[in-house]
Design a protein. Structure first.
Length: 128
């Protein structure tokens, strides 16, 4: 299989671990009915600390998976009218991405910082 090593990041928050905080008390905003999707609350952190409701933004999500589960950008598309580019190298998962995020530019490829062809290793359990 010809593939490239995946570099996963969302803006510059690749390895961000978010401490718990009280959004409603601190910002006087109710997020109880809003769904965040990120694995480690990256989208919630970005919304409450960085973007604070910024509308009509643009994102590049490298390693977007299926566009819903564990996703760092879906919250911004649904709630703040953002659009952008989703990149996902695994064909089976990419097909779900096309269904879940039809208003974005979706690309089936991988990203790497080397010019030569790299191997992509897929763990089957994540595809279920």
């Amino acid at each position: 299989m010809v593939a490239i090593h995946i570099v996963k990041y969302f803006l510059y928050f690749c390895a961000l671990k978010v401490a718990s905080f009280n959004v409603v008390k601190k910002y006087n905003i109710s997020y109880y009915n809003i769904m965040f999707y990120s694995q480690d609350k990256q989208d919630e952190y970005l919304e409450t600390h960085i973007f604070k409701g910024y509308k009509n933004g643009f994102f590049v999500d490298v390693g977007a998976h299926d566009g819903k589960s564990l996703n760092n950008t879906l919250y911004f598309e649904e709630n703040n009218n953002w659009t952008g580019i989703n990149v996902e190298p695994i064909k089976k998962v990419y097909n779900d991405l096309l269904v879940n995020r039809p208003n974005c530019i979706n690309i089936n490829c991988a990203v790497c910082n080397m010019m030569e062809i790299q191997n992509l290793y897929v763990i089957q359990d994540i595809l279920k």
